[in-house]
Design a protein around this ligand. Structure first.
Ligand SMILES: [Fe+2]
Length: 270
């Protein structure tokens, strides 16, 4: 039996409505892969998956990425958590971004499985970077034609709710340059590839012009609107295309417990 799903927003995302974690057959894996490719985000509410079941489902989309330092010892997942001692990005707001924009090896997808969810806040928001480019006014499209931007992650200074300052970087940074209109390496879809969290400058422009262009692009992105906001409940599982979609996190009280199991997905076939 295949799976049934219903749409989550006007331009991307589906919710699977008849998932059984104890019956992850080849057919279910194939259906998940197709939903991911066609809709870019697949939600399984109250999925209740074990680590092995979670990994089996994610591996239907693509190989597990090991680019993260913490994954290099053979681990297949990490925790986004203020509960686990090795949890990463535990608290606070996170501006919109795609993970690993600052690395040369792009990350195809991400899966998060909610172990503990806060009562208040901590929602994940998603926007469609492909739609953002498609719907862009022609004059703005012309301004960015042929340009590239630098993306930076400063391991000592990065904050989730501040844009990075290229004049104040520490000596522990990762950085990569991508075209502002970048094409998804697998689907070929053009994407507006900038983020408030990681993008520092447009290459080849004087600082003032670069700042102005980025401000205009971020202001434009704000007008696109949030296409889908997910209020986590423990047991929820989402797999999404990290390049086609950007994600952000709403702030939440640090006294609340929030823990998610994160599986990163590399480019390439499963
Ligand atoms: Fe992220």
């Amino acid at each position: 039996m295949g799976m049934h799903a219903r749409p989550l927003s006007s331009s991307f995302g589906v919710e699977v409505i008849d998932f059984d974690p104890n019956n992850i057959t080849d057919e279910v894996k194939q259906a998940t892969k197709l939903l991911f490719e066609n809709h870019q985000l697949v939600l399984f509410r109250n999925a209740g998956v074990t680590e092995d079941q979670h990994l089996a489902l994610v591996k239907a989309i693509g190989p597990i990425s090991t680019t993260d330092e913490i994954m290099k010892d053979g681990r297949q997942f990490t925790y986004i958590s203020n509960v686990h001692t090795d949890g990463r990005v535990p608290n606070g707001e996170l501006f919109y971004h795609s993970d690993h924009m600052f690395l040369r090896e792009p990350l195809k997808g991400i899966s998060l499985y909610s172990i503990e969810a806060p009562e208040h806040g901590g929602e994940t928001r998603f926007l469609n970077a492909a739609k953002a480019y498609q719907a862009m006014p022609e004059d703005l499209k012309k301004r960015i034609d042929g340009l590239s931007a630098r993306h930076v992650y400063d391991y000592n200074a990065n904050r989730g709710d501040q844009r990075p300052d290229p004049t104040k970087l520490s000596d522990k940074v990762d950085t990569a340059i991508y075209p502002l209109v970048w094409h998804h390496p697998e689907s070929g879809t053009p994407l507006l590839y900038i983020s408030r969290l990681f993008t520092t400058e447009v290459i080849g422009l004087p600082r003032e012009d670069s700042d102005q262009l980025l401000d205009d692009l971020f202001a434009y992105l704000d007008t696109i609107g949030d296409d889908y906001t997910h209020k986590w409940k423990s047991g929820d599982l989402i797999i999404w295309d990290n390049l086609h979609l950007q994600h952000a996190r709403n702030d939440f009280p640090p006294t609340e417990r929030r823990a998610l199991r994160r599986v990163p997905i590399a480019l390439g076939s499963a």
